[in-house]
Design a binder for this molecule. Structure first.
Ligand code: UDP
Length: 501
């Protein structure tokens, strides 16, 4: 038997940038701490991007693609990643990804023929829950890697599985597994979830993936034990599985605020430029602009790689930001109803807006995509107005930046709730696809957070405490190891022991 095969881990992320990035970061961590062989499996275009942004000289990780043609599944050609799809098309991609099962099965079977034994384990995404069937058929341990946080994932699982909002007429409700005092609100649910009843396509698909992932041998979660104790307690209780905390899985440039300049050459830089412009130049412009401003004075605004807001809300946000007088960098994506891949249109913003705020050096408007890691790790950035996607939250909290929440979809509203109520680092401005916030409220909240007085100051203090805990979790000092490193080593020992038994 070949010893490489004995320590071979196969990883299968969901087809979205926000999932592929932490999977690659997890693979890198395992690579650094062991002599294991790691193979990341995905569709051809995702593997092509991974290969072209991860120089072979920097890694021993293998990348393997499975045949996939998006147009066979009613998706636009070359759509192998949620980034290029509208919210309503994402369900088709989740559905289509299930068709990878037979070729994934063949891949594992070929690996066994080649090496004489199955991989040590398969680690797959929650949304690739079917991979557990393949693992089981080869009697290989299977682990689910949760790229989200513990509280948000626990709420997402419990609400999709139990539909607690359907059991009451009131707007507020409690969620199985959560303390009675931790109430949720109907407006925190995506309209699809509000309408779901267990018989529709969304419920069937999502419930199936969650239930499959509950049959795993355990879960890895992209969080830190010390920052989410309540969420982890609940997640462990409702899944009944061991949960190893292995976060924050961030690109290396973010582990140190002063080391940001290495990002563009970072092997983990898989965030592709959407602007069509030279990414290096766009980044340089941002950094120069940021460096012109005093420390912690700039608000960064982004709704992530998949979400956007309505055109009326975009106008209110624009006016509120301008009225606040605070400097800002804002990544503007096409508003709801416009082609997600379409060109920027000046009419989305008030007349003459971009020129006005740029001339005054108050605002920098970026079209579609920003070098987020560079921006967050620059000392002039003081806070983040975000859709509360978990990667963005870890990237921001790791820098000790408070958050203005504008959650839109998935588990974002639960992340925002936890960060506001538990961590005290966030203030939620508005929420949901049907959000309605006025410019005056935008102005008030931006001032409150950026002035760093009263509540704003308290948020900053708490964000710095969380940053300290996050950084400690991945620190090593002689024999002493931070909780996330300890947890990852414990996971790897457990997997090796299960093979030896
Ligand atoms: N991102 C970026 N530039 C952008 C928007 C997003 O680099 O203009 C990166 C961001 O740093 C993060 C990821 O894309 O790593 C977004 O993941 P997140 O979980 O925050 O949100 P999602 O896009 O999955 O909703």
């Amino acid at each position: 038997m070949n010893s490489t095969a004995k320590t071979h881990i196969v990883m299968l992320p969901f087809l979205a940038q926000g999932h592929i990035i932490p999977f690659l970061a997890l693979a890198k961590q395992i690579e650094q701490r062991t002599h294991f062989t790691i193979t990341i499996v995905s569709t051809p275009l995702n593997i092509h991007h991974l290969k072209s942004t991860t120089p072979p000289s920097t890694t021993t990780i293998n990348f393997t693609d499975l045949p996939f043609c998006s147009s066979d599944h009613g998706l636009p050609p070359n759509s192998e990643n949620t980034d290029s799809l509208s919210q309503s098309q994402i369900i088709n991609l989740v559905d289509a990804s299930q068709t990878l099962q037979p070729s994934f099965h063949n891949l594992i079977s070929n690996m066994i023929q080649q090496h004489g034994c199955p991989p040590l384990c398969i680690i797959s995404d929650v949304f690739m829950g079917w991979a557990i069937n393949v693992a089981k058929s080869f009697e290989t341990p299977h682990f689910t890697f949760i790229t989200g946080g513990a509280f948000g994932t626990a709420a997402y699982f419990s609400i999709w599985l139990n539909f607690p909002h359907r059991k009451t007429t009131s707007d507020e409700f409690s969620v199985p597994g959560f303390p009675e005092t931790c109430r949720f609100h109907r407006s925190q649910l995506h309209p699809l979830l509000r309408a779901a009843d267990g018989t529709d396509i969304w419920s069937r698909l999502i419930q199936r993936q969650i239930l499959l992932s509950l049959c795993s041998n355990g879960m890895l979660c992209n969080t830190v034990e010390e920052i989410e104790p309540m969420g982890l307690d609940i997640l462990r209780k409702i899944t009944g599985l061991p949960v190893w905390t292995v976060g924050p899985l961030l690109p290396p440039s973010l582990l140190n605020r002063s080391a940001s300049s290495s990002f563009l050459s970072s092997p983990l830089n898989v965030s592709f430029s959407r602007s069509g412009k030279e990414p290096g130049i766009a980044t340089e412009n941002c950094i120069n602009w940021l460096n012109y401003h005093p420390p912690e004075s700039v608000l960064y605004i982004s709704f992530g790689s998949q979400n956007t807001i309505s055109s009326t809300q975009m106008m209110e946000l624009a006016m509120g930001l301008e009225a606040s007088g605070k400097p800002f960098i804002w990544v503007v994506r096409p508003p709801i109803g416009f082609d997600i891949k379409g060109e920027f249109r000046a009419e989305w913003l008030p007349e003459g807006y971009e020129e006005r705020v740029s001339k005054r050096k108050q605002g920098m408007v970026l079209h579609r995509w920003a070098p987020q890691l560079e921006i967050l790790s620059n000392g002039s950035t003081g806070a983040f107005l975000s859709h509360c996607g978990w990667n963005s939250m870890l990237e921001s909290l790791n820098q000790g930046l408070p958050i203005i929440g504008w959650p839109i979809a998935a588990e974002q509203a639960y992340n925002s709730k936890m960060m506001e109520e538990e961590m005290g680092v966030c203030v939620e401005l508005t929420r949901g696809l049907e959000s309605w916030v006025r410019r005056e409220e935008v102005e008030r909240v931006v001032r409150m957070v950026m002035n760093k007085e009263g509540k704003g100051l308290e948020m900053k203090r708490k964000a710095m405490e969380i940053a300290e805990k996050i950084r400690d979790s991945v620190r090593e000092d002689g024999d002493w190891k931070g909780s996330s490193l300890k947890s990852l080593d414990d996971f790897l020992d457990t997997v090796v022991l299960s093979r030896e038994r």
